[in-house]
Every structure is written in C-alpha cells, then in structure tokens.
Design a protein around this ligand. Structure first.
Ligand code: PEP
Length: 244
C-alpha cells in the first residue's frame, strides 16, 4: 500500500503561503508516499492550480452533506471537487468540538464526499478524560461504526486516528498505545467492510513532527500521518514525507 502524508493547514495560510507548496513539490518531485495538503477553502483552487502536474494532492477540511442549496457559508463536496480537490478531511475533533459534529453527520458528509468523487479522511480519537477512564477503544469503535460508510473500499476511505489530547499539544501517545489503536482499527474495519479494510490507509495524527515521524511510521498498521502545525512549512512537512 502507498502510504499517505496529509497536511491540515486548519485556519492558517494566505496566498503568499502557496509558496510553501511550490517549495514542497520542488523538493519532493517523486516522493515514496502520496502527499496531500488541505489548505483553507479560500486557497483550494489556487493551491490546485499552483501544484497542477505535481505529486501533491489538494483537499478540503470539511464539506456539507447536501450537494447544494440554502446553506449559507457552507461548501459542498461537489464544489470542492470542482475546485480540483481530491480528498476532504471529515470529523476532525476541532469540528466535532466547535460545531457539535456527530458521527451521524460525519457519515452523511462522508457519503456526500464519495458521491462527489472525493476521498474522505475520517478523523476519530479519544479525549484525555476518555483515555484516563479506560474508554479509548470503546470510543474509537463507536466513532468508526457510526461514521464510516458501508461499502467503503481502500480507494474510497482513509481513517485518521487523532487522540484529541495530542493535537497541537506536543504530546504523543506511546508507540504501544498507537499500535494498540491501529490494530484495533484494522480488525474493527475488517468486521465492518470486509477484506477491503486491509488496504485502507490508517493515519496517525497528533503532534507529528520531523523528530518523531520515523518511529511513529515504524508502528504496525500506521500507514501515514495527518499533520497539523508541521504541515505549514515545506521543510518540516518534507522531512515527514521523507520519513515515510
Ligand atoms: C491536526 O490538526 O489534525 C493535527 C494532528 O495537528 P498537530 O499536528 O498540530 O498536532
């Protein structure tokens, strides 16, 4: 399976920041893994244009479950596709927290994404309180069951395990903790979608940086990373790409 290094710029970046994408593609014209950057919606079309013909894919950070209509401020999956995005991050913990997104809504968005020809990157992960209470696998199992479309295949689904307490904090789980969750995800996904689960990329996300990327990528069933802060600079993200 080709691994995936995915970057989430969150609400960061302006037109000048597109120079980072050019620097990234120039430094990694033929990477050993797939590369994806999800800039804010305002930059998707420009980013896709700036990276046309390179090995860097561009994605959105959210989409609406409906194809069009009276939903002021929202963006449909078809619109992302029209702007030349090929992936969309869904159910990020910041959206679950800031916008009250439920598994049911994430599932509806994922179905809309696949219908529009986008690959959803479905995010899930436990809070620190849930981990301390020994609920990690139960929480993740519920999120997986509730937000992954039936009939997903290796080509139509990416999962990102992102412990909420590790996002933007500089803290990461132990390698054993990552291994436990990723094995659990693979087995649970097998039960949900069958043999296709073997090829679904399971990303780890949460304070991935150049200095810890290689050891995290060596963990079983870690098929790439979803990277926040360290995706903003071509040099940092490029070092993570090189570690995959
Ligand atoms: C993220 O935004 O998905 C993320 C993992 O952020 P960071 O890498 O900054 O922890």
């Amino acid at each position: 399976m080709r691994k995936l290094a995915a970057g989430n710029w969150k609400m960061n970046g302006n037109a000048a920041a597109l120079a980072e994408l050019t620097a990234l593609t120039e430094a990694h014209p033929a990477p050993a893994c797939d590369m994806l950057i999800c800039p804010p919606a305002t930059l998707i079309a420009q980013a896709a244009w700036a990276t046309k013909g390179t090995r860097l894919a561009i994605g959105g950070q959210d989409c609406h479950p409906k194809a069009s209509g009276a939903h002021t401020g929202d963006i449909s999956a078809a619109m992302l596709k029209d702007a030349c995005a090929s992936y969309v991050i869904l159910g990020h913990s910041e959206r679950r927290a800031d916008h009250g997104e439920t598994d049911e809504l994430v599932l509806a968005k994922a179905l809309a994404a696949v219908e529009a020809g986008l690959v959803p990157v479905v995010c899930l992960g436990e809070t620190e309180a849930q981990r301390d209470a020994g609920q990690t696998l139960a929480v993740i199992g519920e999120q997986l069951a509730g937000s992954v479309p039936a009939g997903s295949t290796a080509a139509t689904l990416v999962i990102a395990y992102e412990p909420v307490w590790a996002i933007g904090t500089g803290r990461t789980p132990t390698l054993d903790q990552i291994a436990e969750v990723h094995s659990f995800l693979r087995v649970s996904l097998m039960k949900q979608i069958g043999g296709e689960a073997a090829g679904v990329r399971l990303l780890y996300g949460g304070s991935v940086k150049p200095s810890n990327a290689a050891e995290i990528f060596a963990v079983g069933h870690v098929d790439g990373a979803l990277v926040g802060g360290a995706s903003l600079k071509a040099a940092d993200f490029g070092a993570i790409v090189a570690a995959l």
